[in-house]
Ligand binder design. Sequence first.
Ligand code: PLP
Length: 452
Amino acid sequence: MKLTSAPPQPAAIHAAKQWLPFTPNRDFLGEPRMFVSAHGSWYKSEDGRTIFDASSGLFTTPAGHGRTEIADAVYGQILELDFTPSFLRSHPKSFEAAARVAELLPHGMDKVFFVNSGSEAVDTAMKITMAYHRARRDASRTMFVSRERSYHGVNVGGTSLAGMVSNRRTFQGMTLPVVHMRHTLLEENRFILGRPPKGGELAEDLQRMVDLYGAENIAACIVEPIAGSAGVYVPPVGYLERLREICTTHKILLIFDEVICGFGRTGQNFAAQSFGVTPDLITMAKAITNGCVPMGAVGVSDHVYETILGSAPDETIEFFHGYTWSSHPVACAASIAALDIYKNEDLFERARDLSPYFLKRLDELAAVAGVIDIRGFGMLGSFEIDPQLLGFSGYELQKRLFDRGVHLKTTGNNAILAPPFIATQDDLDYVIDVLKETLNSPSQFNPLCHPK
Ligand SMILES: Cc1ncc(COP(=O)(O)O)c(C=O)c1O
């Protein structure tokens, strides 16, 4: 294994034409860090080093990379039926995939609308909400309630809901009517793993919106059960329960954006089950195909579905919305194969079993002087660094970690961990050791860099 202090200069991008999303492009091109292959929980870099995937890709790949079952399903599907128009036609695997997803959803939520990404799932959920209230002849409900520091994708709906200021400030002129509750990150909850005891009362912000704007104007309240991208904000005890109560009382739909939380990340199928709170709609994507093929979906409560369909005259389209690639045959085949793996290998249960060890080891970072908070639930964890104390930022941290053999996502100065469910305790030991080493001796390369 060769370790160098200078990052690799790959031949592949010398004539760079690509504009990268959510990346400092000029910095990246000066110091490109790219993966060339992946197997199991490990990526390989261009200079042949193995790098542990501590983010499961981008929260996409809990069953690990290079799964032959999914590859075979995708290959077979392209040869058998590569495309079906999604409007006026369908194919059996789309119904099978919907049934398989519905099996995992909370009781009373039995319909699935397919899309191609988390952003599309969010915008679709907003449109379903609008259609639902219109069908109920309650059409003045057009306002959405979101939350500070939330991430709901990048389409127009998701940008309007956005609670992270950089994701919305440039686009202010094109956003929809959305008001924001306060975020749930409280000083007194620092270094608490699991559900923080304080902050449940912040759900009363929704009641204040009702009091200020009138329930008759509010369509839905949308939250990530655990705010993922901002840095893993676990809901305080009682918080989601109270949002549910307020929504029910005032006929406001409750939407859980489970694009990160869904498919076992919290130890149950969805965070809705982990926290015992059932929303009216659930948005999902990412792990729905183990990240192999783009796909997203909205899980829809029976009462919402039936209200919308029941209000339309016979032989008319009930919901004027959909995408060319909704329920794409290849995505459906990949999803069924991924869900088979999750089931056959008891991966959600494995995530539940591995979580205490993961969180215990993560908690050890509290001893590092520059670490100022640690949060986590299930197989999702985060620590926050103080760049003044450490001498480098979160952005710099993820680069150093890459060079030392660990990939993870940072948002600002929060490092987010979401290990694959197939990870072993040894893998997690490796990640925490590399993290400690990097945080404690930031200018040195880590000899622990995995020699796979
Ligand atoms: C909670 C949440 N919603 C929506 C999205 C957007 O998903 P996509 O990038 O697939 O559009 C994300 C992406 O990370 C997310 O975390």
